[in-house]
Write a protein that binds this ligand. Structure first.
Ligand code: ZN
Length: 217
């Protein structure tokens, strides 16, 4: 009888330790424990085991939390890194656009000397000339029909002068000038002028003797 009792007691010991038994069972177990050394030992062992199990479970949970924290922190760092990279790229683009706009807006005149103009062909109807301007550039021509003077105005932006010159050749061959209308060709730079081509004297006389009645400009 005693043996059976011990088995029954030991079966319910975990429940007793967890304090989920009825008061009657509790009383029964305590009474038995007081008189049974074997069950007392089993009680202590079971209690220790259960407590250890609890500790391990708590520790596992904690370490898993720590691992999660570390994971989250890494994710956070990664996100911040990506954000930093994106911001750097955006800042670089903004700087680039600002520099481009500034350099494109600042236009400088190109003097006759810097334009490196040479006449390469001079026949009856046309004059072909070459410039030697570093980089891309723009030019405007204006013709004063009364005097027969054509003015060419070369200019380029800082961007064209210092950046796009990497992609453009130095030499440019320019279009034709209609000689029958033109007596003289100037390159204009800040109000000073340099003649790059002049019609022969007879042609100039012929030009001046003709009547130029068409409207100016
Ligand atoms: Zn017992």
């Amino acid at each position: 009888m005693e043996k059976i009792n011990c088995n029954v007691i030991q079966d319910i010991l975990p429940l007793y330790i967890d304090d989920v038994v009825s008061d009657d069972t509790k009383e029964l177990v305590e009474e038995h424990l007081q008189n049974c050394e074997i069950c007392q030992r089993v009680y202590h062992e079971t209690k220790t085991d259960l407590e250890n199990d609890m500790k391990v479970s708590v520790q596992t949970k904690e370490s898993s939390n720590e691992a999660n924290d570390l994971k989250n922190f890494r994710k956070f760092l990664k996100k911040r890194k990506i954000k930093t990279i994106l911001l750097s790229i955006a800042a670089t683009i903004v700087c680039f656009v600002a520099v481009f706009m500034f350099m494109n807006k600042h236009v400088t005149y190109i003097s006759y000397k810097d334009a490196g103009i040479t006449i390469i062909e001079d026949n009856k109807d046309e004059v072909t000339y070459r410039t030697n301007i570093k980089g891309n550039y723009r030019w405007r021509t204006s013709l004063d029909r009364e005097t027969g003077v054509m003015t060419i105005h070369f200019e380029q932006s800082l961007w064209e002068k210092y950046v796009s010159c990497i992609f453009y050749p130095y030499d440019h061959i320019h279009d034709i000038l209609k000689k029958d209308e033109i007596k003289e060709v100037y390159v204009d730079k800040d109000g000073t002028t340099t003649t790059i081509w002049e019609a022969p004297e007879e042609e100039q006389k012929a030009y001046l003797s003709e009547e130029h009645t068409e409207p100016l400009g």
